[in-house]
Design a protein around this ligand. Structure first.
Ligand code: ARG
Length: 247
């Protein structure tokens, strides 16, 4: 082999190695950005919210650039299983059923369900009081799973997004929506003239986790390590305060 060819091959190999290293420096993340204040599209079109700041802070700790796509809620877990993404962050509650198909990080947020009601429906105060009523949920969320269990529920309307379901509570086509409490509060705050209120916690607390592919235990360990670091160094608290005010 001629010297120049050998040199060229060496250079090409070096380039290949460097570019894979660079390629690995991107953490590909998916979310569903209809979940203010965790993930939503700001006026400038950018994805923003508590989860977005958390995943970027984790990326910083890992020395990785974070690239986030906004996809449909029911497409998140399948896309992760097909390895289109490295991780999901979308206010996803850690449940035993979901943990059969994906691995969850340590919990990063404690939440609870509430019921958002149209102000005409003051008789709705708990899950049981939805008996005979029409409830809305975002499909395949913990709100959906809780509503499904209500005995004698009039009917259950499953929407693809939280804002669609909320719109239907506002219009009065449904009586109420079962949804995560911090999201209900943010929605009410952002829509102060909407004829809505919420009833406060109606179920046990739940915990959000970041999901990764079951085969990617190495990334899971790194994410947990980074989470612990941002909790220890004040980054987590600063992000929490930014979105929820002082604790
Ligand atoms: N925490 C609930 C769940 O995991 C709702 C999450 C909905 N998230 C979203 N980005 N729309 O089922």
């Amino acid at each position: 082999m001629k010297k120049t060819t050998a040199l060229l091959i060496t250079l090409l190999m070096m380039f290949a190695v460097t570019s894979t290293v660079l390629a690995q420096d991107v953490l590909k993340v998916a979310t569903e950005a209809g979940f203010m204040p965790f993930e939503f599209v700001a006026e400038d079109g950018q994805l923003t919210g508590f989860d977005m700041d958390i995943i970027k802070a984790i990326g910083d700790k890992l020395g990785m650039k974070v690239q986030i796509d906004n996809i449909s809620w029911d497409g998140l877990i399948p896309a992760l299983q097909n390895k289109v993404y490295d991780a999901l962050i979308a206010g996803i509650t850690i449940t035993p059923e979901r943990a059969e198909s994906v691995s969850f990080s340590d919990p990063y947020f404690e939440s609870v369900l509430t019921i958002v009601v149209n102000q005409n429906n003051k008789d709705i105060t708990s899950l049981d009081s939805l008996k005979g009523k029409i409830a809305a949920v975002q499909i395949s969320t913990t709100g959906d799973f809780a509503a499904e269990e209500i005995e004698g529920l009039g009917s259950l309307l499953r929407y693809n997004t939280v804002p669609e379901a909320m719109q239907n509570v506002i219009m009065g086509t449904v009586h109420a929506m079962v949804v995560d409490l911090p999201v209900a509060e943010a929605y009410l705050a952002a829509n102060p003239h909407a004829p809505l209120t919420h009833v406060g916690p109606v179920a046990d607390n739940e915990f959000y986790g970041i999901a990764v592919h079951k085969e990617n235990q190495e990334l899971l360990a790194k994410i947990n390590q980074a989470l612990a670091e941002i909790k220890a160094d004040g980054t987590y608290d600063a992000i929490y305060e930014k979105w929820f005010g002082a604790n």
